[in-house]
Structure formats: structure tokens, C-alpha cells
Design a protein around this ligand. Structure first.
Ligand SMILES: CCCCCCCC/C=C\CCCCCCCC(=O)OC[C@H](COP(=O)(O)O[C@@H]1[C@H](O)[C@H](OP(=O)(O)O)[C@@H](O)[C@H](O)[C@H]1O)OC(=O)CCCCCCC/C=C\CCCCCCCC
Ligand SMILES: Nc1ccn([C@@H]2O[C@H](COP(=O)(O)O)[C@@H](O)[C@H]2O)c(=O)n1
Ligand code: MG
Ligand code: MG
Length: 220
């Protein structure tokens, strides 16, 4: 949903910045790499220590690079298969660091086995949700569904909650409950999304196989 409705807005807002970087000789690949490194640093340095406010600030500064890199490539007319591969692959790395950071907090000082498991579930299910689309497309299917909770939703729900939960460290009482709530929402939402995508791939592959069988029957 965010991908559909918010992308146009962010494209408008980020286009001048993307043009500025291109004028300075920065490449889209460099933005993809630096953005991922920044997200990983924010997640793995701050989250395991329970510093959710500062971790979210650092991640937010870098995560928008994922919208800037593609914008730069399109403006410069240099969108490439390599760029698409690099972008999607490093998305998985960044997501692993974010949910891994939450899991490390709950496995350590946060001391909550259930929430550690929920964070690991968010990490794994998010990767599988993305994989369903990549694998479905690689076998020639359209995978014409995005589902309830795409990557943008997973990030916005968990990062807004983490940023607000971090205010607990500045004396705001009770607000730290937002992070567990967000992790449960992302976990359930990812499971629903996984179901939606698997059902779609099942239907599309049955249709494609039937069409192929009909085609070879007509030839015989
Ligand atoms: C005092 C309070 C302190 C709070 C601190 C600040 C809080 C800020 C909180 C959050 C900011 C979160 C921003 C998250 C932005 C996410 C941007 C992003 O990375 O979007 C990527 C997404 C997808 O791009 P791609 O097409 O390149 O990626 C594909 C996708 O990943 C597929 O995944 P799948 O869906 O299949 O799982 C892969 O399959 C594919 O491989 C991959 O290529 O881009 C978009 O979706 C575009 C829309 C982005 C919308 C961003 C909305 C941000 C909205 C609000 C943020 C600000 C809120 C501030 C609130 C503050 C409250 C305290
Ligand atoms: N280093 C890069 C990054 C991205 N691309 C192209 O942009 C598409 C992704 O666009 P986003 O707005 O979601 O970032 C991607 O599929 C590539 O076509 C690129 O060429 N090089
Ligand atoms: Mg990108
Ligand atoms: Mg991306």
C-alpha cells in the first residue's frame, strides 16, 4: 500500500537530492552500498543495547537511500539488471540487521525469549515473503499480488514503534510497549502476506501449466 501511495510523494521530494548527487559524480551503486552500511550500523550498534531512539534516527537517515538510488538510476538513464539485483539483495541484508538487532536486544539485556522469537520470526518471514516474489518471477510468473505487509510497511511499522519506544529512555513512561506490539503486528502481517503470495503463485503456476499443456496438445 505504501509502495503504491507513498512512492510518488517521495519521488517528488527526493528527486532534487538525487539530481544533486548525480551532479557530484556519485553513482547509484555507491548510494545503495552506503545506505545499507548505515542501516546496518544503526541497527547493530544501537538496537542490541536498547538505544532504540538513536538507532532509529540513524537508520531513518540512511534507509531513504533505497528510494534515492533507483531515482538516480532512472534520472541518469542507467537503470540496470545489476542495479536491480544489488538493490534487492542489499534490502535483505538491511532487513536482517534491523530485525536481528531487535532479536539481539531481547536475547540479551531485554531478556525476553518470546519477543526474541517474534523478532526472529519477523526477520525470517520477511525474507521468505520477498523470496516468494523473486522465485515466482524467476519461473516466469507475474506474481500479481503485493499483499498486506510489504517491505515498506514492515519498516515503517517497526521503525516508528522503535523510535517512539526509545523515548522511554528519556523518561516517557509506558511507551516502550509499542515495540512488542509492532513486532507482533509485523509477524502476523507477514504470515498473512506469505499466505496471499503462495496462493497467488499456486494459482498462476496452475494456469501457466494448463496453458502450456493446451499449447502442446494443440501442436500434436
Ligand atoms: C520522536 C520520535 C522519534 C521517531 C524517530 C523517527 C521515526 C522514523 C520512523 C520511521 C521511518 C521509516 C522509514 C521507512 C522508509 C522505507 C523506505 C524504503 O526503504 O522503502 C523501500 C520500498 C521498497 O523499495 P524496492 O522496490 O526497492 O524494494 C523491493 C521490496 O523490498 C520488495 O520487498 P517485498 O515487498 O517483496 O517484501 C522486494 O521483493 C524487492 O526485492 C525489492 O526490490 O519503497 C517503497 O515502498 C516506497 C514507499 C516508501 C514509503 C516510506 C513511507 C515513510 C513514511 C513515514 C516515515 C516517517 C514517519 C515518521 C513518524 C515519526 C513518528 C515518531
Ligand atoms: N544501484 C541501483 C539501484 C537501483 N537501480 C534501479 O532502480 C530500481 C529500484 O528502484 P527503487 O526506487 O526501488 O530504488 C532497480 O530495479 C533498478 O532498476 C539501479 O539501476 N542501480
Ligand atoms: Mg532502491
Ligand atoms: Mg530496495
Amino acid at each position: 500500500m505504501l509502495n503504491k501511495y507513498a512512492r510518488a510523494f517521495f519521488t517528488r521530494v527526493l528527486t532534487p537530492f538525487a539530481a544533486f548527487l548525480l551532479r557530484r559524480g556519485v553513482s547509484p551503486d555507491a548510494v545503495t552500498l552506503i545506505g545499507t552500511a548505515g542501516v546496518m550500523a544503526g541497527a547493530l550498534v544501537f538496537f542490541p543495547r536498547g538505544e532504540f531512539f538513536w538507532g532509529t534516527i540513524v537508520i531513518t537517515l540512511f534507509v531513504f537511500s533505497d528510494l534515492v538510488d533507483g531515482n538516480m538510476a532512472r534520472q541518469a538513464g542507467i537503470s540496470s539488471r545489476w542495479g536491480a539485483f544489488l538493490d534487492s539483495t542489499l534490502d535483505r541484508v538491511a532487513d536482517g540487521a534491523i530485525f536481528g538487532g531487535f532479536a539481539l536486544w531481547y536475547a540479551g539485556l531485554g531478556d525476553d525469549n518470546v519477543l526474541c522469537a517474534v523478532a526472529i520470526f519477523c526477520l525470517a518471514s520477511g525474507q521468505v515473503v520477498s523470496y516468494t516474489k523473486a522465485r515466482g518471477e524467476s519461473i516466469g510468473l507475474p506474481v500479481a499480488v503485493n499483499g498486506l505487509v510489504e517491505r515498506a510497511e514492515r519498516l515503517v511499522i517497526s521503525l516508528v514503534a522503535a523510535g517512539l519506544a526509545g523515548l522511554h529512555g528519556f523518561g516517557v513512561p509506558g511507551i516502550d510497549i509499542l515495540l512488542p506490539i509492532a513486532l507482533w503486528i509485523v509477524a502476523v502481517g507477514s504470515l498473512v502476506t506469505l499466505g496471499q503470495r503462495v496462493v497467488t503463485v499456486r494459482r498462476e503456476s496452475a494456469e501457466a501449466d494448463a496453458a502450456a499443456a493446451q499449447g502442446s496438445g494443440a501442436e500434436a
